[in-house]
Design a protein. Structure first.
Length: 129
């Protein structure tokens, strides 16, 4: 095969949390590819989600479920395949990625992203200037 002499790929876990990168790798919890505008929510009570937005949270519990129907996708900083977010997203067929370290520092409401709930990849889309 081809020899890649100068290809260095030394990504460590610490580097992944640096907030400059354009993509993040988490754990895909419910399959589906969604592009859209994110809304970062820290507290579900009183929060509003525009239809079609991707919900971004540190973690969820049953109090968050009211926000799920308006969302087209769910991104969660903590959690696993057995966490609340993952289980409910599968029940509702809502594409979901969990276990995204540094997520709420990396994304801001209004950012455009593409999430892949199968591979667990989240990619920030460039804003049209």
């Amino acid at each position: 095969g081809p020899l890649h002499r100068h290809a260095t790929f030394n990504a460590t876990h610490d580097e992944e949390v640096d907030h400059g990168g354009e993509s993040r790798q988490g754990v895909g919890a419910c399959p589906g590819v969604v592009r859209g505008r994110v809304r970062v929510v820290t507290e579900p009570r009183g929060a509003r989600l525009e239809a079609g937005e991707i919900l971004v949270a540190q973690q969820t519990d049953p109090g968050w479920v009211v926000l799920f129907p308006a969302a087209t996708g769910l991104l969660v900083e903590r959690g696993s395949l057995l966490s609340h977010s993952a289980i409910v997203s599968r029940e509702m067929n809502l594409p979901c990625v969990v276990s995204l370290r540094g997520l709420t520092a990396w994304l801001r409401t209004g950012d455009q992203v593409e999430l892949n709930g199968s591979t667990g990849t989240v990619r920030k889309l460039n804003h049209e200037h």
